[in-house]
Design a protein around this ligand. Structure first.
Ligand code: CA
Length: 235
């Protein structure tokens, strides 16, 4: 069965451009023009990925992304946000509200397809791990427990909610505990195909990971190593 992508974009020309290029890349694509129409489409069939425009009439793409993340059925569906705003603060806001990646308009269709492919690859890797396709042992450090096979992270009795990217990032950091790892190394290990991803993306995801770990205080274990990258430090 082919991979299903839902494109949510109110501008017909851009929606069609995105849909045509993703279909050409072999994906099954549905296009809708609002968050409301997207909800109806998702109710009929759960997509494997959602390309979501930031500026939609009515409910904005960012608010819709947050609602999707909060819903158990759609919580793990990867979201690529389309944004006309190149402003750094807005990018951070989009990430914190649940997008897995963003593309700034105007974008090249090659870049769009490459980004979508990379996000899907990360999500598939997480799903395979979830299906038990990994025999990697759980890791527990300072009360923070990561179970690769179950794709589960918990602090004491509390289960933490991480996106596929944050899970892979934390897994790699914990496997390399007490060692400083560079942003480039993280891009290689966590993002893999990162031709269109800049090093700043690592910082954004580290920030999200720290937010997710903050309630139990485990965010303090992720240290910034000046001029180098990051380190998961045992205390
Ligand atoms: Ca729009």
């Amino acid at each position: 069965m082919s991979t299903r992508i839902l494109v949510v974009e109110d501008e017909p020309a851009i929606r069609e451009l995105v849909a045509v290029n993703l279909r050409h890349a072999g994906y099954r694509v549905d296009g809708v023009d609002s968050a409301e129409a997207a909800r109806a489409a998702i109710a009929r069939a759960l997509p494997d990925l959602i390309v979501l425009d930031w500026m939609l009439p009515g409910e904005s793409g960012v608010d819709f992304a947050r609602a999707l993340r909060a819903d158990a059925r759609t919580g793990t569906v990867p979201i690529v946000l389309l944004t006309a705003r190149a402003h750094e603060g807005d990018k951070l806001l989009g990430f914190e509200r649940g997008a897995d990646d963003y593309i700034t308009k105007p974008f090249s269709t090659r870049e769009l397809v490459a980004r979508v492919r990379a996000v899907l690859r990360r999500a598939t890797a997480a799903a395979e791990a979830s299906a038990g396709a990994t025999d990697e042992a759980p890791i527990e450090i300072e009360g923070l427990r990561l179970e690769p096979a179950a794709v589960r992270v918990s602090a004491g009795d509390a289960r933490l909610s991480l996106s596929p990217t944050e899970f892979r990032l934390l897994h790699f950091l914990m496997r390399n505990a007490d060692r400083a790892v560079s942003r480039n190394r993280l891009l290689d290990e966590v993002w893999g195909d990162h031709v269109y991803i800049d090093r700043r993306t690592v910082d954004v995801h580290i920030r999200r990971l720290r937010l997710a770990l903050a309630p139990s205080g485990h965010d303090r274990l992720i240290e910034t190593v000046r001029g180098e990258g990051y380190r998961f430090a045992r205390r």
